[in-house]
Design a protein. Structure first.
Length: 170
């Protein structure tokens, strides 16, 4: 019931929120040349790659953290899920807060929607690692599988560092 109420509130907020007027875009256009132009923009391409890896890391952590807590920390599933839900609530409320702040701050560039593919590609890879039970020198696969989100966060951090350097040199 609570989820239904939240959805109604969100739908109402979307329905009654004023959106900025954007100039109409011609329906005619060459999709290939558009993608070619976007891919030539190194900053844009870097943003999309960083976003894909971030979403992948986020989904992997949320998907497998309960499994990790049970196997590695000895928690029961209900306790682990409680922590997971708390983390999701903090994340979602932060998203709404930051979205609100974007009315007053520069939102920056939009990313291609395809960046969410990281959320659909990375978790199956982590799941396959977990299914191995142990990898190499008897390191538990559940523990080692969290190297994958680490790699994703390193990609995001690398992009952030490159962007900072570019801004400092401008």
């Amino acid at each position: 019931m609570a989820i239904a109420i939240v959805l109604v509130v969100v739908f109402a907020a979307i329905a009654y929120t004023k959106r900025p007027h954007l100039p109409s875009v011609s329906a005619k256009g060459d999709l290939g040349s558009t993608f070619k132009r976007l891919l030539a923009n190194k900053n844009y391409t870097g943003e999309v790659i960083a976003q894909a890896f971030y979403v992948g890391a986020q989904i992997m952590c949320w998907t497998f953290i309960i499994h990790y807590a049970e196997i590695e920390l000895g928690m029961d599933a209900a306790t682990a899920q409680g922590y997971n839900i708390a983390a999701m609530i903090i994340f979602v409320s932060s998203r709404f807060t930051c979205t609100f702040l974007l009315w007053y701050l520069s939102p920056g560039r939009l990313l291609m929607n395809l960046a969410i593919l990281g959320g659909s590609l990375m978790p199956p890879m982590q799941g396959a690692m977990i299914d191995m039970e142990s990898i190499g020198t008897e390191i538990p696969a559940t523990r080692l599988s969290f190297v994958l989100p680490l790699v994703c966060f390193v990609v995001v951090a690398h992009y952030g560092w490159k962007t900072l350097k570019r801004a400092q040199n401008a």
